[in-house]
Design a protein around this ligand. Structure first.
Ligand code: GLN
Length: 478
């Protein structure tokens, strides 16, 4: 069986039709991981015992001839910011280096109920802060398409395992682009659902009003299947929406004739790599050929998105990360004489440079003297950005843009320049500020053979239209 090409449906069918057992499939993946992952560094922890237990359950159902659940036997990987009961969960940070989570994140639990098998936990930027995976507290991840380049971040490990075929699908988190940007860099499909579509229970918080859980897959259909089985209201997350979850996969292949595609001029300006522009424009042409109407739109306040994001994200992070104090979780510094010294030493030893930078920025933006000038102003701009999208979505059904300004950059290239790194998210952060869903779908490769992604944004809770549109691009350019 070619594990690299294996899709969600193919994995389930193979188990259902007894071409293999879930156990054999899991072991084949572990063999591949052990042979190939050391060169990439995408996994932080493997959970073989848990995977074998789940494989046994699936195989027992298959033996009895019972109807198999929808994701039966599908091997998946989970970004290490989602808690997994009894399995080390680090958020990519040394401060949680020895933390064993006491419960499962809802998204993970739901995938397992649907029959998926968790192979392990994937590497990421520390507390999901980064765009290259170089901020991992453990080691960087390499892009499987070119080992001299970054896989993107912060969900670089989850994008890399799908690109490398060391998992069929995976989960990531996206606070400012962390699913879509690594998806584009690694040449896989990645979806950030609408805020509230997927429960955040068990997602280690970075910036709670911007954090989203979402899937990576090789195909749009795979992402549709994974989303379906983890979405929906969860009593453990009061921000999860009580709305029906459509059968997204049934949208794939439906006609898109008459669909209005908005192309925002602000996303095609200075700083956009010419090859990325050409590939995304080719993708938009395919949508036109499929009968879509292409409409130029304006998202007027786009230039303020990055500063707005970095104020709100850091402010929320400074508050969320206050809980890592050496008392409740993970690492505790030894040899402190007072409580305050213990906090200080723990946080100094446990957090990396970028996390410390953000805690300081966020604390500053929230401080009494500066709150109005920074945090409050950022919240006002956030409303203006939301208004831009309301106006655009009055005229169009979806919006098509590049996912990233350039293809994957070299490891180390931006590591010493946080501002340059922040600009890697210029096209993705707005969707988090506004809460609309966004998907990245491969739409071409650069001359150097690097993947290029097209981003499609949609109305709140209209993931179905996004998936249908992304499939047209995937199908035309495959
Ligand atoms: N790269 C962005 C940041 O560093 C987004 C991260 C994310 O989406 N988790 O904050």
């Amino acid at each position: 069986m070619n594990l690299e090409m294996l899709t969600v449906d193919a994995a389930r069918t193979a188990v259902l039709e007894k071409q293999t057992t879930a156990m054999a499939l899991v072991d084949a993946f572990y063999q591949k991981i052990e042979a190939e992952d050391p060169a990439i560094g995408a996994y932080l922890t493997l959970c073989k015992e848990r995977a074998h237990r789940q494989a046994e359950r699936v195989d027992a159902l298959a033996d009895k001839g019972d109807a198999l659940p929808p994701l039966a036997g599908v091997p998946v990987a989970i970004k290490d910011v989602l808690t997994t009961k009894g399995v080390r969960t680090t958020a990519g940070s040394k401060i949680l280096g020895n933390f064993i989570a006491p419960y499962d994140a809802t998204a993970v639990a739901r995938l397992e109920i649907a029959g998926a098998i968790v192979l392990g936990k994937t590497n990421c930027d520390e507390f999901a802060m980064g765009s290259s995976n170089e901020n991992s507290g453990f080691h960087p991840v390499k892009n499987p398409r070119d080992h001299s380049r970054v896989p993107g971040g912060s969900s670089g490990g989850s994008a890399a395992v799908v690109a490398a075929g060391t998992a069929v699908a995976s989960l990531g988190s996206d606070t400012g682009g962390s699913i879509r940007q690594p998806g584009a860099f690694c040449g896989v499909v990645g979806l950030k659902p609408t805020y509230g579509r997927v429960s955040r229970y068990g997602l280690i918080a970075f910036a709670s009003s911007l954090d989203h859980v979402g899937p990576f897959g090789k195909t749009v259909k795979d992402v549709a299947l994974i989303l379906r089985h983890m979405a929906g209201r969860d009593p453990m997350d009061s921000t999860s929406a009580d709305l029906p979850v459509p059968d997204y996969a049934s949208e794939i292949g439906q006609p898109v004739t008459g669909l209005r595609i908005g192309v925002p001029k602000e996303y095609f300006g200075e700083g956009l790599d010419p090859e990325v522009r050409a590939s995304v424009e080719a993708g938009i042409q395919e949508l036109a050929k499929a009968g879509c109407e292409i409409v130029t739109v304006s998202l007027l306040h786009t230039e303020y998105a990055i500063p707005t994001y970095y104020l709100i994200a850091t402010a929320e992070a400074s508050s969320n990360l206050a809980r890592f104090d050496g008392v409740r979780y993970g690492l505790r510094a030894k040899e402190a004489k007072t409580l305050a010294e213990m906090y200080r030493k723990t946080r100094d030893a446990g957090f990396g440079t970028e996390v410390k930078r953000r805690i300081m920025l966020g604390t500053y933006a929230l401080s009494a003297g500066y709150y109005d000038a920074y945090y409050l102003k950022a919240q006002k701009v956030r409303s203006l950005l939301a208004h831009d999208f309301d106006e655009a979505f009055a005229k169009v059904d979806v919006i098509a843009t590049p996912t990233t300004p350039t293809p994957a950059f070299k490891l180390g290239e931006k590591a010493d320049d946080p501002l340059a790194m922040y600009l890697a998210d210029i096209y993705t952060v707005t969707a988090n500020l506004v809460g609309v869903p966004g998907i990245t779908v491969p739409c071409g490769t650069s001359k150097e053979g690097l993947p290029i992604g097209m981003q499609i944004l949609g109305r709140h809770f209209d993931e179905a239209t996004l998936l249908k549109t992304a499939h047209v691009v995937e199908h035309a350019l495959a």
